[in-house]
Design a protein around this ligand. Structure first.
Ligand SMILES: Nc1ncnc2c1ncn2[C@@H]1O[C@H](COP(=O)(O)OP(=O)(O)OP(=O)(O)O)[C@@H](O)[C@H]1O
Ligand SMILES: [Mg+2]
Length: 249
């Protein structure tokens, strides 16, 4: 186990096997403090599986996960959340009958804040993310884009150092995607949180991320800046081969 307590999240040689299928096969990944890293790749590439392993929702078959110098492989999600690592899901899971404020407040209560503290924090978070005017709305009444943002605000209520987002832009139109981009940049600036984001919205991810890692069939195809990845013929082939069009932004 590493004894250097670097403020980074690392995965070493991760493998996840489902019966005969290698959903992940020899994946290395790192996120340094303050980075925004994008994880892209065709459907079925293993992106969600990787997020599941990093966030304690799936035990790896091989390899290990190291969080700020501590080997956390196989730790359950709640324990990782207490160490500052939180994720959102591909489909949002807000409590539909509660208000937006109550949903975000629950995130804070879940990690031991008083209701009052959690409420104060929820108001701040909703303001930072541009949803202050929706605090009193019932969650089920939100348009899709705002619902996804509220899901991000709830994850932030846990005060993470590392935030893992699974397709926060799914189903958003261009305007909503632009609002999400602005909100994520604001979150990154205000809270200093490091972000790993899985996304098919190339327009969003190419603008948001400093570095991209491309997966295909459970393996890493490429790592680089958005410009490097966009021009990488191996990456273009993977997308074209899977019928996903081109990696344009
Ligand atoms: N619990 C499971 N049992 C069996 N196979 C699984 C399981 N979860 C995922 N898989 C398979 O593992 C592979 C990777 O799936 P994963 O959901 O990680 O892909 P993804 O990159 O997130 O795709 P998408 O872009 O469609 O969300 C797929 O072939 C999927 O069918
Ligand atoms: Mg997925």
């Amino acid at each position: 186990m590493s004894t250097i307590r670097q403020p980074r999240l690392e995965a070493h040689d991760l493998g996840v096997h489902f019966d005969g299928l290698r959903a992940l096969d020899g994946i290395d990944l790192w996120i340094d403090e303050g980075e925004i890293v994008g994880l892209i790749g065709p459907n079925g590439a293993g992106k969600t599986t990787l997020l599941n392993v990093l966030s304690g929702f799936q035990a790896p078959t091989d390899g290990r996960v190291v969080l700020v110098g501590t080997d956390v492989t196989g730790w359950p999600a709640e324990r990782l959340a207490r160490r500052g690592l939180v994720r959102t899901f591909q489909s949002v899971r807000l409590f539909p009958t509660l208000t937006v404020l109550e949903n975000v407040q629950l995130g804070g209560v879940g990690v031991g804040m008083s209701r009052r503290q959690a409420q104060r924090q929820a108001i701040e978070l909703l303001g930072a993310i541009g949803l202050g005017h929706r605090a009193g709305a019932v969650a089920s009444a939100l348009p899709h884009g705002e619902e996804r943002l509220a899901g991000v605000a709830r994850a932030l209520a846990v005060k993470p150092r590392f935030l893992l987002l699974d397709e926060p832009g799914a189903g958003l139109n261009e305007d909503e995607s632009d609002e999400l981009l602005a909100a994520l940049r604001e979150i990154h600036r205000t809270f200093g949180v490091s972000i790993l984001v899985v996304e098919h919205d190339m327009r969003l991810i190419m603008r948001l991320c400093g570095r991209l890692q491309v997966l295909d069939h459970g393996r890493t195809l490429a790592i680089g800046t958005p410009d490097e990845v966009r021009r990488n013929p191996v990456v273009l082939d993977a997308y074209l081969g899977a019928g996903h069009g081109h990696v344009a932004a």
